[in-house]
Design a protein around this ligand. Structure first.
Ligand code: FES
Length: 344
């Protein structure tokens, strides 16, 4: 019975074919031995096989190939289905010559089940390998076990490090700070922080105060004194009031009369500020080259008209006073107004 259970599907198929008589090469004693009932007398195997008639396939004592296949597929043993097919223990009583003849045939039937194509062989080889990641412990064990890892470890052996020179040795640490010095440092840090905070606060306070006052454009007064008349000799051009008051104080002749006048330092072309050239005795505009004589009459360049005069007079204290709120133009005949000159 134990030998019968160990039979593979191929063995069972081979035995069934033998029993059906479809195979021409079965051993003569095999079908009789396998199909012999367990209750048969324990006579010699040769006698029992020759004496007992072979049951017909499909009968109750002898299952057919389809039955055996069905039983094999369902995983059930043929013994449970048909007690008559159980006489496996009788295999011990089989002739010694019959058993070796059946074994090679069963092995030959198993052979085609093995994978023969390349894909099947590769798949079977891969199945033997463990798929997926391995744990750290397994990886370390595998690395230790592999001779390559041992060789790599041997390669990592480095010569001993040379001794450090004196300049590379770390300097001994400074003595630990005492509690008093640490407290002193802490207070110094805090005082610096407070001073910085105070400075920022004062800065923003000043800005806030400045915001309360309006922006005022402070200009020089339009009426001012420039000195006594004798400070302006005949033929002189005083330029010291040009930067502050934008005026020349000139002692010149106009229409044959000596006069002290206040000329406006603005070019009558496009408003640039001309310069007095003492060597050339003329005013020259740097923008487009307009030229004016000492008395302010234009004579060259694009300037269309003479320079303008401011009102001028001798104040009560005897000094010359200029009033920039009034101007006089020569082309309009205003230079004859006594308010625009002081007889020299
Ligand atoms: Fe003086 Fe043009 S602005 S010449």
């Amino acid at each position: 019975m134990a030998d019968k259970k160990k039979m593979s599907v191929a063995d069972m198929l081979a035995a069934a074919r033998k029993a059906d008589g479809g195979d021409a090469s079965p051993a003569p004693s095999e079908p009789a031995a396998s199909s012999e009932p367990e209750s048969a007398p324990a006579a010699s195997a040769a006698e029992s096989t020759s004496a007992k008639p072979v049951p017909k396939p499909g009968s109750a004592d002898r299952p057919g190939v389809a039955d055996i296949l069905a039983m094999a597929r369902s995983g059930k043993s043929a013994e449970k289905e048909k007690p008559a097919a159980k006489p496996a223990p009788k295999a011990a009583a089989k002739p010694a010559a019959a058993k070796p003849a059946a074994k090679p045939k069963a092995k030959a039937a198993d052979a085609p089940a093995e994978p023969r194509d390349t894909a099947s062989i590769l798949a079977a080889a891969r199945k033997k390998e463990r798929p997926g990641p391995v744990s750290k412990g397994e990886a370390a064990a595998a690395a230790k076990a592999s001779p390559k890892a041992a060789a790599a470890k041997a390669k990592l052996a480095v010569p001993p490090m040379p001794a450090k020179p004196d300049y590379a040795k770390p300097k001994p640490k400074a003595a630990a700070k005492t509690a008093a010095s640490a407290e002193r440092d802490r207070r110094g840090f805090l005082s610096v922080g407070f001073w910085a905070l105070g400075g920022v606060t004062a800065f923003w306070s000043l800005l806030a105060v400045r915001y309360l006052f309006p922006n005022v454009l402070r200009e020089p007064p339009s009426r001012f004194k420039v000195g006594f008349p004798d400070e302006f000799p005949a033929g002189s051009v005083t330029t010291k009031f040009k930067a502050l008051y934008a005026v020349w104080i000139v002692n010149t002749e106009y229409n044959g009369k000596a006069e002290i006048v206040a000329l406006k330092t603005v070019c009558t072309h496009l408003g640039c500020t001309p310069n007095w050239l003492e060597a050339e005795q003329k005013y020259k505009c740097p923008c487009h080259g307009s030229g004016f004589y000492k008395d302010g009459i234009n004579f060259e360049g694009p300037a269309p008209r003479p320079l303008e005069r401011y009102a001028i007079r001798v104040a009560d204290d005897g000094q010359i006073e200029v009033d920039k709120s009034r101007t006089f133009q020569e082309e309009m005949g205003q230079w004859t107004d006594p308010a625009c000159f002081i007889p020299a």
